[in-house]
Design a protein around this ligand. Sequence first.
Ligand SMILES: NC(=O)c1ccc[n+]([C@@H]2O[C@H](COP(=O)([O-])OP(=O)(O)OC[C@H]3O[C@@H](n4cnc5c(N)ncnc54)[C@H](O)[C@@H]3O)[C@@H](O)[C@H]2O)c1
Length: 368
Amino acid sequence: VSKVRIGIVGSRFQADCIAVSVKAMPEEMEVVAVASPTKGNAEAFARRHGIAGFYADYREMLRDPAIEMISITAPNRLHARIAIEAAAAGKHVVCEKPLCVTLEEADAMIDACAKAGVLLLYAEELFFAPKYVKAKQMADEGAFGRVHLVKQGEKHSGPHSDWFWDIEQSGGGALMDLGCHGIAFCWWFLGKQKIKSVYSQLSTQVNAHRTKADDEAITIIEFENGAMGMVESSWNRPGGMDDTIEVFGDKGQTYADMLMGNALPTYSEVGFGYAVEKASSTKGWTYPVFEEHWNYGFPQEMRHFARCVRGKETPISDGETGRVVMEAVYAAYASAGLGRKIMLPFRPKGIAKPIDLWKKPELAQAAL
Ligand SMILES: NC(=O)c1ccc[n+]([C@@H]2O[C@H](COP(=O)([O-])OP(=O)(O)OC[C@H]3O[C@@H](n4cnc5c(N)ncnc54)[C@H](O)[C@@H]3O)[C@@H](O)[C@H]2O)c1
């Protein structure tokens, strides 16, 4: 069977990650084109990654009959529009997190892909991160007895592109950007149970001068069987990216540190090229990672998606997953706005962006 032919929308941070990850799994798939609006960027990206096709307008790329699957690595506010147009063009869709900005968009994306008979795949790489997969395998074997608490934390010094800080373009802050991983992780780890309630404490601790968004978020999720998830999301941690989990049951526990825990404790007085995502320095004591993409699960995720397109595997992360996460994100912002936990289902209509539920608690109140 031939390789799945992929077109990437976007040419910067996550686009690079996807291109490298696809190349790591060459037997299943290949990137054949890239689209990005800034003059010269798509071409430079194509050169860098050895990709044949490049476009300034993704719509033009969607007309290429050779492309079977689109990977959306554009800013959040564009996910829904691009996904819906890709589906109409008959392309399978891989969408980066968060799925979109509003619940209505999530519904429209899921409907459009179902109608077109294409897959909507939600790129949550933590479902594929080898250390975290091992933790889940042990939990599923019963190693920890009944798991009653799952924690995930993702923290760094703040996003690399301006649009993340602009709530009109991102839809929310650290909770939306990083908390979406933790919400998805806890939900997946505990067997994709229904979420019963969400409580979130949000604040802007460090970056009020540059954003209206939350830069610090603590979110507590209650699941149907009574188990708890706790998600810590921060844009205020200097020293490089941090991603960790903790799992507790009545018969045991496990801890996994994806980055520092896979790194080489290193001391250098002169510094070196690269330690880890968002580390500002390589001098002194640092924690340089190796196989960074692999440890996150990006190549494995893209391989799974390509195999889903060929009918060899069934998606473990799809549009529905993205919508579950979006509903919890809505509930988390509403919770912070109202200072109380929010019971699910929670599907307020006509909310322009999740963070509005925190900034304008009357919107959250009206939705209860
Ligand atoms: N899974 C992860 O761990 C992870 C990591 C980083 C980013 N992401 C997600 O990926 C998405 C992109 O983030 P990023 O960090 O790559 O951002 P970025 O700012 O580095 O890149 C965004 C890209 O989108 C392009 N773009 C903007 N407008 C466009 C348009 N109209 N049509 C086509 N392309 C357009 C830009 O030119 C740029 O190439 C976001 O949704 C983000 O949340 C996921």
